[in-house]
Design a protein around this ligand. Structure first.
Ligand SMILES: [Zn+2]
Length: 95
């Protein structure tokens, strides 16, 4: 896995989360900090909040249909319908 690309994709997801009001309270500020300065800038309790309120619910998404873990690059779209790109294609073919 290309780490730079992965970090870029993660930032895109975080930007989406902060822009569209997914995050509340301290997690919003922590997401903005990670966008700005990277995850390594987080200290102590901030790491816990990031993991518990951002990473677990939004960055480790499973597809609702096939239960694979969605790649970071598919999460922004996956947040809307809960599907990975493969399943989204399959579902749209069902119409
Ligand atoms: Zn799927």
């Amino acid at each position: 896995m290309d780490e730079v690309l992965e970090a870029m994709n993660e930032r895109q997801v975080l930007e989406h989360l902060t822009e569209f009001g997914y995050l509340e309270g301290p997690s919003q500020g922590i997401a903005l900090q990670v966008i700005d300065k990277g995850r390594r800038s987080l200290r102590g309790k901030q790491n816990f909040i990031f993991e518990k309120f951002i990473e677990e619910p939004y960055l480790n998404l499973e597809c609702e249909r096939c239960s694979i873990e969605m790649p970071m690059s598919e999460i922004v779209e996956g947040l809307h319908d809960g599907l990975c790109s493969f399943c989204r294609k399959m579902m749209s073919n069902d119409d």
